[in-house]
Structure formats: structure tokens, C-alpha cells
Design a protein. Structure first.
Length: 202
């Protein structure tokens, strides 16, 4: 079992955090741009307005954390898990991620525009909007999730399995190329697909 050192922060730009456990503290508004997180655990931490832009995270886990807005612009995330978190707007556009898991909890707006993602699992969560506009995504699986709006405008998808998503609306239908949907989802998408290609159905 990984042994971590308890810490209450603070976070600092270009900080080096390794094998730390941060629990039950409020880090709202702190600046950790370009910081490095290695094998850290953040549990029940307030992250509202925290700047993690261009941070490097490796083998790091977030449990039951909460924030109105969280900034991860251009961050590099490898083997990062978020479980049971309640987040408003997550600004993670232009991020690079591999082996990512988002399980449980709720995110109002997950902005991954222009991100490059590989091996992603979304499971048992509620996403108000999942924005993959212009993103490059390889091997993403959605299981038992509700997605209010999915934007795949100009996205590049490879081996993306959306069968476990309850999709309310999709923008950029052409960007679905490379995704797998269920027969039921295809029926629900039929009117939008028909409109997209200019079909008249009578």
C-alpha cells in the first residue's frame, strides 16, 4: 500500500508534490500552475478556482472533491482518477491525458476542446455538457452515464464506445465518425442525422 505524507497545502506555482495526502481542506483560489503531482491523493478538498494549468499529474487521485470552477488548461495527466467529485466548470482544453477515469459524481461542464486523450473511462457519472470539440480521442468508454450535451465538432475519434451514455443532445454529428453507438441510440439520433445529411422524412 502506498504510504503518503499528510499535508494541508498550500499549493504553489511550479511546486513539486510527491506522495502527499491532502484531505478535508479548502484550497480555493490557489495557484499551482506548472506544478508536478506524483502519486498524490486529494480527498474531500475544496478546489474552487484552483489553477492547475500546465500541471503534470502522474498516478494521482481525487476523491469527493468539489469546485465551482477548476482550471486544468494544457495539463498533462497520466493515470489520474476522479471519483465522486462534484464540479461545476472544468476547463481542461488543450490537455493531454492517458489512462484517465472519471467515476461517479457530477460535472456541469467538462471542457476538453482540443485535448489529446487515450484510454479514458467515464463511469456512473452525470455530465451536463461534455465538450470534445477538436479533440483527438482514442479508446474512450462510457458506462452508465448521463450526458446532457455532447459536442464532437471537428473531433477525431478512434475506438470511442458511447453505448453506455444516455445522450440528450449532440452537436457536430460529423465528428461521431469512429464512435460506436447502440441500436437504441441510433434510433434516437435518426432525426438529427437525417437533418444533418439533408434528408426529408415523410
Amino acid at each position: 500500500m502506498t504510504q503518503r505524507t499528510p499535508s494541508a497545502g498550500p499549493l504553489e506555482p511550479e511546486g513539486d508534490l510527491e506522495l502527499l495526502e491532502i484531505s478535508d481542506v479548502d484550497l480555493a483560489g490557489q495557484d499551482a500552475r506548472h506544478a508536478r503531482f506524483d502519486e498524490c491523493l486529494l480527498r474531500a478538498v475544496g478546489l474552487d478556482g484552483v489553477r492547475l494549468d500546465h500541471a503534470h499529474m502522474l498516478d494521482t487521485r481525487f476523491e469527493a472533491c468539489h469546485a465551482g470552477e477548476l482550471h486544468l488548461v494544457g495539463a498533462t495527466l497520466t493515470r489520474v482518477d476522479l471519483e465522486g467529485c462534484r464540479l461545476g466548470a472544468v476547463q481542461a482544453y488543450d490537455a493531454e491525458g492517458a489512462h484517465l477515469t472519471l467515476r461517479g459524481g457530477k460535472v456541469d461542464y467538462l471542457n476538453l476542446r482540443g485535448a489529446r486523450l487515450t484510454d479514458v473511462l467515464l463511469e456512473g457519472c452525470v455530465l451536463g455538457e461534455l465538450d470534445l470539440g477538436g479533440a483527438e480521442v482514442r479508446r474512450l468508454v462510457v458506462r452508465d452515464c448521463r450526458v446532457g450535451r455532447l459536442d464532437v465538432t471537428r473531433a477525431s475519434l478512434t475506438d470511442v464506445d458511447l453505448r453506455g451514455a444516455d445522450l440528450a443532445a449532440i452537436d457536430g454529428l460529423a465528428g461521431l465518425r469512429g464512435a460506436t453507438v447502440s441500436e437504441e441510440q441510433l434510433v434516437e439520433l435518426a432525426p438529427a442525422l437525417a437533418a444533418h445529411v439533408g434528408l426529408t422524412v415523410r
